[in-house]
Design a protein. Structure first.
Length: 105
């Protein structure tokens, strides 16, 4: 898993029931649109996300383009939490290994 994918998953898993749109995620994680939308497409293809267009009445009343909303599936929530915890463990064990090999202990 790439750091960019981890950033997007971490943001989505904060409130799995909340539907998020691409620009919102881009701002939250600091990634460019091409990166975020590729990640969202891969996650949706893997069954971790669902997406749907927002209600037309909402974007018409706000005078803006219609947004595509993304939400983690139940499997996506459990898989995201699993891979994020594994990534955190690898980071911690890597730090500990560096301390041991560099004479920090």
């Amino acid at each position: 898993m790439t750091l960019q994918t981890a950033l997007v998953l971490d943001e989505l898993v904060k409130d799995p029931a909340e539907a998020r749109y691409g620009l919102d995620l881009m701002r939250a994680v600091g990634l460019k649109s091409g990166t975020v939308y590729q990640i969202l497409a891969r996650l949706e293809g893997a069954g971790w996300l669902t997406s749907e267009w927002e209600d037309p009445a909402v974007h018409e009343s706000e005078g803006r383009p219609r947004r595509r909303l993304y939400r983690l599936t139940a499997d996506g929530v459990s898989e995201a939490r699993r891979v994020l915890s594994q990534a955190a463990y690898r980071r911690q064990s890597g730090r500990a290994r560096r301390l041991l090999t560099e004479g920090g202990f």
